[in-house]
Design a protein around this ligand. Structure first.
Ligand code: NAI
Ligand code: MG
Length: 356
């Protein structure tokens, strides 16, 4: 099994160091190759996703990604910005299924924006389609409105599209994820208004015939947004399109308190995947050894579980993370009175120790 390690820029390298420490402490030999990406690659080679980095990522069985987007590169033209690296990797590797768990650890209940009784025990999984929808649909652009009450005025337009194979493949991975959890799947759409999502609903309903052990519900996205803040624990696995998933997954992340705790996975059709924290490169705190490395460490656990089939190792890491939280260790983003403030490095060391 070959693992590509792409630390990136900003806090990326700091949190990646901790995840690598944890990987090395598992007592197993992994073949890894570390290559620059994002701002770090631009600084060295003049491009955020150099051919050599893409090659290593393509040849690996799994990719552990840090974060990109340091402010230093904000003035570059769009095609050279660090964020292009992540978009390029998704496209070149065909990563269409984005898994974003939102888990509230009991020790962090006070950090949530909702009342403890509403969020305690929260553990949901949002499966977002990543390569289709209005973000990529053609045609798009700006023009003179060809018709309607504002005919002749300037207008911007995009096209929402989903093909049947795109919906089928994301539905299959979502049903399979539900089978491994509590066997409940909520498909979120806007079938009452949008043709694209009436079609989505029909196709998901058809795929359901192959997963009779899973209970499927359909929900309109506006209602889903309400339910997510009213009674988030009613959800287990949620599957939705690119745009609705973008919005709902960020909202779900905030229910858990800190984005510094949340991993994510983006998978292709063969469970090859890119694993990264849900947050960005946090340039405001980079280089200070204060970033929370747990989202990166939990991304490593997801990688072991989904792409490398090492469930036991993944469980060990997740148990170690729970143990350090129980010990009261907190980086600044999750610190509250009565707990012990630790640095990035100290948090990584504590997880390594808890593994033993
Ligand atoms: P961000 O997630 O980097 O930071 C948002 C806030 O959360 C900041 O106050 C930051 O200090 C804090 N934060 C983030 N991760 C943390 C951690 N592990 N521990 C403690 N605090 C943490 O989002 P922002 O500021 O909107 O974006 C910064 C840059 O990152 C931008 O250039 C953006 O494009 C990029 N970005 C990259 C992503 C990726 O690499 N996949 C995803 C999201 C943003
Ligand atoms: Mg987003």
């Amino acid at each position: 099994m070959k693992i590509a390690i792409l630390p990136g820029d900003g806090i990326g390298p700091e949190i990646m160091n901790q995840a690598v420490k944890v990987m090395n402490a598992l007592g197993e030999k992994f073949e890894t190759e570390t290559v620059p990406v994002g701002g770090a690659a631009y600084a060295e080679q003049g491009h955020p996703l150099p051919e050599s980095t893409l090659k290593v990522a393509k040849e690996a069985d799994a990719i552990l990604f840090g974060a990109v987007g340091d402010f230093k590169y904000d003035t570059l033209e769009r095609s050279l910005r660090p964020e292009q690296a992540i978009l390029g990797l998704r496209k070149h590797l065909g990563l269409f299924a984005n898994f974003r768990p939102a888990i509230l650890y009991p020790e962090l209940a006070g950090a949530s924006s909702l009342k403890p009784e509403i969020v305690s025990g929260l553990d949901i999984m949002i499966v977002r389609e990543l390569t289709g929808d209005i973000y990529f649909g053609q045609p798009r652009g700006m023009r003179e409105a060809p018709d309607g009450p504002f005919k002749g005025a300037r207008e911007g337009f995009d096209t929402m599209r989903y093909s049947e194979p795109e919906i089928r493949r994301i539905a299959h991975v979502a049903f399979q994820a539900a089978q491994k959890r509590s066997k409940r799947l909520t498909s979120v759409d806007k079938a009452n208004v949008l043709e694209t999502f009436q079609f989505w609903r029909d196709v998901v309903t058809d795929v359901h015939k192959e997963y009779k052990d899973v209970k499927l519900d359909h929900m309109y996205v506006d209602n889903a947004a309400m339910q997510l803040v009213r009674a988030p624990k009613e959800f287990d696995v949620v599957v939705t399109g690119n745009m609705f998933g973008d919005i709902l997954s960020d909202a779900a992340a905030m229910l858990t308190g800190s984005i510094g705790m949340l991993p994510s996975a983006s998978l292709d059709a063969n469970n090859k995947g890119l694993y990264e924290p849900s947050h960005g490169s946090a340039p405001d705190i980079a280089g200070k050894d204060i970033a929370n490395p747990l989202a990166q460490i939990l991304s490593l656990a997801m990688m072991l579980r989904y792409s490398l089939g090492k469930t036991e190792q993944a469980d060990r890491i997740e148990t170690a993370v729970k143990a350090v939280l129980k010990q009261g260790l907190r980086t600044v983003d999750i610190y509250e009175a009565g707990t012990t403030k630790v640095s990035t490095t100290q948090m990584g060391d504590a997880v390594v120790k808890a593994l033993a």
